[in-house]
Structures are given as structure tokens and as C-alpha cells.
Design a protein around this ligand. Structure first.
Ligand SMILES: NC(=O)c1ccc[n+]([C@@H]2O[C@H](COP(=O)([O-])OP(=O)(O)OC[C@H]3O[C@@H](n4cnc5c(N)ncnc54)[C@H](OP(=O)(O)O)[C@@H]3O)[C@@H](O)[C@H]2O)c1
Length: 313
């Protein structure tokens, strides 16, 4: 009897927040080939082509990206190479091979002016190099003709890696007061929830290359996938710090501030809440509320307790 283990999955960015979790979530579905920067630099089109042609995957999950939103303003070429150039080549190679592609994108494709959650049909108007480079990546995939799904997510965190959550925990040891932006609205999304949704979508798409490719060709496109609900960075930080007791903490106050008091090289949308109805309807993938997911991440998301030394990174 054929089992789902027969799937060959090429995973880029296996050391990143979402990629790390995909290694775990996808392993029940097949053979996961995680390929990091050392094996394939995604700025090199020929290296990507060679990788896909050698690996011959049934499914490519592109969890790699240039995610340094502020730094992208000063190194746009690199941001575009990884976020637009690489997805274009991956899509082209996927189509050539008859493989499917699952790619991740961002809420920062929007300008944040809308007063309600953004749907997939809303016009994009990114405010930053990062947002523009990610939008170009999406467009390249959609116009490639590959059987593909693009999942736009937001405010990704994990208990490892570089993210807002870990920065807050580190700063709470270093400072007595933190001033955190309280006028940008979004949905903090746990990397593990995204990885589990990717596994759900893959499992629903089919058991082998032909069925997955056919499903994604028929029901693919762009989808929003974030935790449910919305919050601000300040409220997210407050809840996080309430949930984690840390004997080394010096922090006494978290002051809410407007974003005008925290200027950054890249502009960010005021509202980047995404309406995730479509992915729930078409693929049965819906993520828990951001607050519940945060509690779960803190309770079981290892490795904070055993990772004290690396908190200082
Ligand atoms: N982080 C967020 O808040 C956020 C929000 C919305 C959407 N997203 C999207 O969600 C996806 C996953 O994000 P994430 O937070 O998991 O990213 P992440 O933790 O920053 O990981 C990105 C991965 O991409 C790899 N990478 C970067 N440049 C590369 C290159 N030239 N060649 C090969 N690998 C390269 C990195 O490798 P190294 O470890 O070697 O650097 C890293 O493993 C991305 O598409 C991102 O745009 C993220």
C-alpha cells in the first residue's frame, strides 16, 4: 500500500523560525530535504536550479527569506535577490518538474491604511523594501504557472531564533523600563502554527506529486494565514511578560508609545490584520487566537528554559 512517506519535500530555510518547525510538521508526510544557506545560497539562480534538478522534489516549501525588515532599506539588492529572485526560480523549476510549491509571504505587502482586516482581494501597496521585494516574489510565483500556494502571514515568533518575543525577554533582563509601540495592529503568529497549517494543507492536497500538483493548480493562489484576533506590539509584550516568570528580570514598567516615538528605517503598516477566511474555507486551515497560541508556545514551545545562554544573542 502506498504511504504518505513517499513524498519528497525540499525545504529551504530549515534553520529559520518557520523552516525549523516545518522539519517537524512535514516529516510525517514524507522525506524532508532541508537545505540551508551552506548547501544553497538562494541569491544564486544556478545553484537553485541545480538543487531542484538534483533533488527532484514532489513539493518545495520555501521557508527561506530575507527577513531583516529595517536592514533591507540599505541592502535592497540582497532583499530582492532572496525574496523575489529565488521564489521566481523555484517556481519556474517547480513548473518544469511538475512539482508543487508552498511559499510564505507577509502582511507588509499592505500599507495599513485599511480600517478592517485585509482580504486577498485588497490592493497591495508596500511601504518598505522588504514588503516590495516580497510582493515581487508573490507575483513571480503567480505568473509562473506553477502549482503553488502563497501564504501571507504576520508578526512571526518562536521560542528560538531572532524575533520580537526573544528581544523582549532579553531586554526585560537588561532594563527597568521598556517603551513599546502601541499603535500598530496585527496578529502575532507562532511559527509552529504556520508549520502545522502547511502540513495540513499538504496532507489535504494529496498523497503524491500528481495529486498535490493537481490540487494546488486547482485551488492554489494567495491566502492569508495568521493567528486569529489582533493586538499591538505593546499588548503582545505585556501578555508575554505576564506569562513568563524570570528571576533575572529587572523590568518594572512597559510604557505604550506611538510609532512616531520609535522611528525605524523601514515604515510599517498601522493595520496589518489579515482576514484568513479563505484558507479556512478552501483548505481547512485555521490558526488559534494569538493569545492562546502564545500561551501554548510559552508552555511547551521549548527551549527557553534550557536556552538561557542564547537569550543574550
Ligand atoms: N518573521 C516575521 O515576522 C515574518 C512576518 C511575516 C511573514 N514572514 C515570512 O515568513 C517566512 C518565514 O519567516 P521566518 O521568520 O521563519 O524567517 P527567518 O527566521 O528569518 O528565517 C529565514 C531563513 O532564510 C534563510 N536565508 C536567508 N537568506 C538566505 C540565502 N541567501 N540563502 C539561503 N538561505 C537564506 C536564513 O538562513 P540563515 O539562518 O543562514 O540566515 C533563515 O534560515 C518568510 O517568507 C518571511 O518573509 C515572516
Amino acid at each position: 500500500m502506498e504511504t504518505m512517506r513517499s513524498l519528497r519535500i525540499l525545504l529551504t530555510g530549515p534553520e529559520g523560525q518557520v523552516g525549523w518547525e516545518c522539519r517537524r510538521s512535514l516529516q510525517a508526510l514524507g522525506e524532508v530535504h532541508g537545505v540551508g544557506r551552506a548547501q544553497c545560497d538562494l541569491t544564486q539562480a544556478e545553484a537553485i536550479r541545480a538543487l531542484v534538478r538534483e533533488t527532484k522534489p514532489d513539493l518545495i516549501v520555501n521557508a527561506a527569506a530575507y527577513t531583516a525588515v529595517d536592514r533591507a532599506e540599505s541592502e535592497p539588492d540582497l532583499a530582492y535577490a532572496v525574496n523575489a529572485g529565488a521564489p521566481a526560480v523555484l517556481a519556474e523549476e517547480a513548473r518544469r518538474l511538475g512539482a508543487a510549491l508552498i511559499h510564505l509571504s507577509t502582511d507588509y505587502v499592505f500599507d495599513g491604511a485599511k480600517q478592517a482586516p485585509y482580504t486577498e482581494d485588497d490592493a497591495c501597496s508596500p511601504l518598505s523594501v522588504y514588503g516590495r521585494s516580497k510582493l515581487q516574489g508573490e507575483q513571480a510565483i503567480v505568473s509562473s504557472g506553477a502549482a503553488a500556494i502563497v501564504l501571507r502571514t504576520s508578526w512571526v515568533y518562536a521560542m528560538r531564533g531572532q524575533n520580537f518575543l526573544r528581544t523582549m525577554l532579553r531586554l526585560a533582563r537588561e532594563r527597568e523600563e521598556l517603551r513599546i509601540v502601541d499603535d500598530q495592529w496585527g496578529a502575532p503568529t507562532w511559527a509552529r502554527s504556520i508549520a502545522e497549517a502547511i502540513a495540513t494543507i499538504t496532507a489535504r492536497a494529496g498523497r503524491d506529486r500528481d495529486s498535490i500538483t493537481a490540487s494546488l493548480a486547482e485551488r492554489g493562489g494567495i491566502f492569508h494565514l495568521t493567528a486569529a484576533g489582533r493586538t499591538s506590539w505593546h499588548r503582545f509584550a505585556q501578555r508575554l511578560l505576564q506569562r513568563i516568570a524570570d528571576p533575572e528580570r529587572r523590568l518594572r514598567t512597559i510604557v505604550p508609545i506611538p510609532s512616531t516615538e520609535y522611528p525605524t528605517p523601514a515604515r510599517r503598516p498601522v493595520n496589518s490584520v489579515l482576514d484568513c477566511t479563505r484558507v479556512a474555507q478552501l483548505w481547512g486551515a485555521s490558526l488559534p487566537g494569538w493569545d492562546l497560541a502564545l500561551d501554548l508556545a510559552v508552555a511547551g514551545g521549548e527551549p527557553l528554559r534550557s536556552d538561557r545562554a542564547s537569550l543574550g544573542r
